[in-house]
Design a protein around this ligand. Structure first.
Ligand code: RIB
Length: 311
């Protein structure tokens, strides 16, 4: 299995992300409140987030030429988020700024680093499907999407990319049922545990349920690979014939926010580079482990050097 050796290994990959851009307000507390209860927090802060923008940052930090396609409003949060994309070296020419209100996520992190996230979609739900799909052209090698924009946007962009022969990775967050049948033949489909349950009705708790859920996802999407993110158990890969589980890396969990985004970005890039799904999953497990050991959403995305250190 090849390992990450040089920091410019992904520099020739032209990637785009169609997805959400949110301002995250993050509140840390020892334990989360019950209904009707008022619990004091320990710290709070604002962070640049949104599954789409986090994945774009993940790609850019790893060195890919990255373009973000999405929507914000011309408000204080929207301006700050666009500025942050630019600081991360992301081409934001595909981000429209005429939304009604920029997306917002309220995130509570408990004492064990686990999160609860409530999202106001705002401008993310106003992306024009045709405008987004028109950004997907022959210059791209790789497309990443998630489910934090409208179904029409996701379906149109994925199908445009598949038609063009672009490697297409579908991250199934947040958890919801989704018409996978409308986008047949992506390269990778990758839900986490709760997303797997929402899409298949099965909790991937053991080898047999992981296989059953993966078979359903493969049948519904006809994706080349089904990669389940299994949290501290690592991830599984199903190619229609065999199932393999790749273990995670031990780490000190500080904040699980955006671990899945970090995983998906690394998975997509390494698969595009090497064509080896197992090596891609291994590097994705490392990227996820690094993200959970750091606070924040896009701020927790690793560079190739960070991944090398973990090796
Ligand atoms: O995946 C993490 C992200 O989900 C957060 O940054 C938040 O914005 C929500 O979209």
């Amino acid at each position: 299995m090849p390992s990450v050796r040089c920091s410019d290994m992904y520099k020739n990959i032209h990637a785009a992300v169609v997805g959400s851009i949110n301002m995250d307000i993050v509140l840390n507390m020892d334990r989360v409140p019950e209904v009707g209860e008022n619990v004091l927090g320990t710290t709070y802060g604002y962070a640049c987030g949104g599954k789409g923008a986090n994945q774009a940052t993940g790609l850019a930090r790893l060195g890919a030429q990255t373009k973000m396609i999405g929507k914000v409003a011309d408000d204080a949060n929207g301006r700050r988020l666009i500025e942050n994309l630019g600081k991360n070296g992301i081409d934001f020419s595909g981000v429209a700024t005429n939304g009604t209100q920029t997306g917002l996520a309220a995130i509570i992190i408990d004492g064990d680093g686990r999160n609860r996230i409530a999202v106001y979609e705002g401008a993310n739900s106003e992306i024009d499907p045709d405008e987004a799909a028109d950004c997907i052209d022959d210059s791209l090698d790789l497309l990443l999407v998630q489910f934090e924009t409208s179904e029409e946007v996701v379906v149109k962009c994925v199908n445009r990319a598949i038609e063009k022969g672009i490697t297409t990775v579908i991250d199934c967050g947040p958890a919801k049922d989704f018409a996978l049948e409308k986008m047949q033949g992506a390269t990778v489909i990758s839900p986490n545990e709760s997303e797997t349950k929402a899409l298949t009705g099965i909790s991937p708790d053991d080898d047999s349920s992981i296989l059953k859920a993966s078979e359903i996802l493969k049948k519904r999407s006809n994706a080349q690979f089904v990669v389940l993110k299994l949290g501290e158990r690592g991830c599984s890969v199903y190619d229609g014939e065999s199932l393999k589980v790749l273990p995670s890396y031990e780490t000190n969990v500080v904040d699980t926010t955006a671990a899945g985004d970090s995983f998906t970005a690394a998975l997509a890039l390494e698969y595009k580079r090497s064509g080896d799904i197992y090596s891609a999953c291994d590097i994705a497990n490392k990227a996820g482990a690094i993200a959970v050991s750091r606070m924040g959403a896009d701020a927790s995305m690793p560079t190739v050097k960070d991944i090398e250190k973990l090796i």
